[in-house]
Design a protein around this ligand. Structure first.
Ligand code: AMP
Length: 190
């Protein structure tokens, strides 16, 4: 079983690359951002709650996110492995994920970080916002707040996974194909 965490700032290409990797390695792709957006579209209570945070570019509270993620893993008992995209984003989410997987005799195989400079990421997000309709991609101040959340709460996870020898940085600048190749070369060596 391979369980991957795709790590990186907003716009780093996690969702795009996860789409390729899930097919190649037969993994279930879980994006917490997509799950929240699905709940918002369907006007669930979870969606209403999440929207109030997402609209500002703030993180949704940990326990709400952890419960949603665990429910999604439990919905896929036949999975041969998972790609976690956009989760964990805080230390307490990372610790909860480790404990949850351990309880299922599973673990994280590797955390792969897609790295790119902020100015490239802002440009990518504003471009995506033109077609995605995502309000958090259309407003530069919301984008910068998402980066701030990342720097404060998510960046410390690098040390957390380095401590487990599971952190693998990848150059996230280039064509989609080039980056997919870098990822698959790394995963094939795991
Ligand atoms: P994303 O699609 O991954 O860029 O996520 C969009 C938004 O969903 C984020 O800005 C957060 O508001 C929320 N979100 C997604 N994943 C998480 C998470 N793991 N923890 C907290 N909030 C999250």
């Amino acid at each position: 079983m391979i369980n991957l965490v795709l790590f990186g700032k907003p716009g780093a290409g996690k969702g795009t690359q996860a789409t390729f990797l899930k097919t190649k390695y037969n993994l279930v792709h879980i994006s917490t951002g997509d799950l929240f957006r699905y709940n918002i579209q369907n006007e669930t209570d979870l969606g209403t709650l999440a929207k109030s945070f997402m609209d500002k570019g703030d993180l949704v509270p940990d326990q709400v996110t952890i419960d949603m993620l665990e429910a999604e893993v439990n919905r896929n008992p036949q999975a041969q492995g998972f790609i976690f995209d956009g989760f964990p984003r805080t230390k307490s989410q990372a610790a909860a994920l480790d404990a949850f997987l351990e309880g299922k005799k599973m673990n994280i195989t590797a955390t792969i970080a897609l790295e790119a400079d902020d100015d490239i990421l802002v440009a990518r997000l504003l471009e995506r916002g033109k077609s995605s309709g995502r309000s958090d991609d259309q407003d530069e101040s919301k984008i910068l707040n998402r980066f701030e959340e990342y720097n404060q709460k998510t960046a410390p996870l690098k040390a957390y996974y380095q401590g487990q020898n599971k952190f693998h940085p990848i150059n996230g600048i280039g064509t989609i194909d080039e980056i997919t190749t870098r990822l698959t070369q790394l995963i094939d060596r795991l």
